[in-house]
Write a protein that binds this ligand. Structure first.
Ligand SMILES: [Zn+2]
Length: 231
């Protein structure tokens, strides 16, 4: 569920994988790809959220460190391996190229972000709509453009719809800030189970998610109580 707070193991279990280690996992299963956002704490998040609140940019991945490449941050991000096969960047870029030729073939991506060591949050499902190769000042990097969608996986078919009530994406930096402020607990009862990030005032009623002030941690029980009150 979007904006829930889960342990690393729960995230792996949800994706039926023993260990999710790579950030980019093209077609992790037949229906969708998985992207993990887990920047080091001192690095700025690269998930630039566009002003529409539903489109984000995800920076591609560097070559692994090796004897030839001491610092992967100093070399261009490649689309192909030395052997000429697509890297993960290349696979996602190929999917965009295919989508542009045939809009019925779009790649669905599920995104998770690291909030704290071992603690993750689901960012939601996205449609991979574009990519660009930009110079970040020192080298060329891939930037993938993803638009938030709602998906259902019924009858072995993927149904994609734009969210009816589009909730704004909560930036990773805000989730980190809220996690620290609320101490990783429900603000109502102190529970540490079944938590998620809650928009205090819903986006549909004018609330925002771009500052921590309108976001808090609630457990499942208190979230249910809250939605009962709103209805
Ligand atoms: Zn609670």
């Amino acid at each position: 569920m979007k904006d829930n707070i889960i342990r690393y193991r729960e995230m792996c279990a949800a994706e039926q994988h023993d260990m999710l280690q790579k950030g980019m996992n093209f077609r992790l299963n037949p229906q969708y790809s998985v992207l993990l956002m887990s920047q080091r704490t001192n690095a700025p998040y690269k998930d630039a959220i566009h002003p529409d609140g539903i489109t984000i940019e995800y920076e591609g991945h560097d070559l692994p460190r090796s004897q030839q490449i001491r610092d992967p941050k100093t070399v261009d991000q490649p689309r192909f391996t030395r052997g000429g096969k697509p890297t993960e960047n290349g696979k996602f870029a190929d999917a965009v190229d295919q989508y542009k030729k045939d809009p019925t073939k779009c790649e669905i991506v599920r995104m998770y972000e690291k909030v704290f060591d071992g603690v993750w949050s689901e960012k939601g499902f996205f449609k991979l709509i574009d990519y660009k190769i930009v110079n970040d000042g020192t080298r060329k990097v891939f930037r993938f453009i993803l638009e938030e969608v709602e998906v259902s996986f019924e009858h072995k078919k993927v149904e994609i719809t734009l969210g009816k009530e589009r909730s704004r994406i909560i930036p990773s930096s805000v989730k980190k800030e809220v996690w620290a402020r609320d101490g990783g607990k429900c603000v109502m009862c102190g529970s540490t189970d079944e938590l998620h990030f809650d928009h205090d005032l819903p986006y549909s009623k004018g609330g925002t998610s771009i500052t921590a002030a309108n976001v808090r941690i609630l457990c499942a029980r208190h979230n249910l109580q809250k939605s009962a009150k709103i209805e």
